[in-house]
Ligand binder design. Structure first.
Ligand code: 5GP
Length: 199
């Protein structure tokens, strides 16, 4: 355990289907970054292969609400109606105590809230999809949500896109290889491992 280590926080936020999860996984695989994934709590049901304590901490709605009342969250959102998602304070403590930096795959409102709470330590990145139509195609291809749920995510995406300028950086995910490289460069620069062109 690395006592008193205060690492960095990397927030990747985007409308659902923008490819932020792929980017986050890519960065997690790079050992030089020393990153650990912030496992969120959620009241939604586990999908497919998802495992409790790995992908999410799956809680009942009542358990989630109790934790809100106990002020156990750094941030939380009712991302979709009756589906709560949030970052537990203990999650950041857990990761920092391992001497690692934290990477978040969370929604736009939650991402901005983390930035506000830790302005110096956080790099908040918005991942932009090519277009709403492309987003719809990607969500359909994923085959994890019903038509209704896809429409709900698309409706939310339009609102979320408007928040992009509030983030520190925007990555346009038009070409995945380019987006992955850009994400690596941003993390390298924020950790002081390499300089970016603009510096
Ligand atoms: P999904 O149901 O597809 O796993 O996630 C739905 C949305 O909730 C995604 O945009 C995801 O990034 C977001 N999300 C996941 N965890 C959190 C969290 O801890 N806080 C917030 N605010 N959003 C989250």
């Amino acid at each position: 355990m690395t006592k008193d280590f205060k690492g960095k926080l990397f927030v990747f936020s985007a409308p659902s289907g923008s490819g932020k999860t792929t980017i986050v996984r890519h960065l997690l695989a790079k050992e030089r970054f020393n990153l650990a994934f912030s496992i969120s709590a959620t009241s939604r049901e586990a999908r497919g292969e998802e495992k409790d304590g790995i992908d999410y901490y799956f809680l009942s709605r009542d358990e989630f609400i109790q934790k809100i009342k106990n002020s156990e969250f750094l941030e939380w959102e009712e991302v979709y109606r009756d589906n709560f998602y949030g970052t537990l304070k203990t999650e950041v403590e857990r990761i920092w105590s391992q001497g690692k930096h934290v990477i978040f795959d969370i929604d736009v409102a939650g991402g901005l809230r983390i930035k506000k709470k830790f302005p110096e330590e956080t790099l908040a990145v918005f991942v932009k999809p090519p277009s709403i139509d492309e987003l719809k195609i990607r969500l359909k291809k994923r085959k994890t949500e019903s038509e209704d749920k896809i429409n709900m995510r698309i409706a939310k995406a339009s609102v979320e896109l408007a928040t992009a300028p509030q983030f520190d950086k925007i990555i346009k995910n038009y070409d995945l290889e380019v987006a992955l490289q850009e994400a690596e460069d941003l993390v390298d620069a924020f950790l002081g491992l390499k300089c970016t062109k603009e510096e």
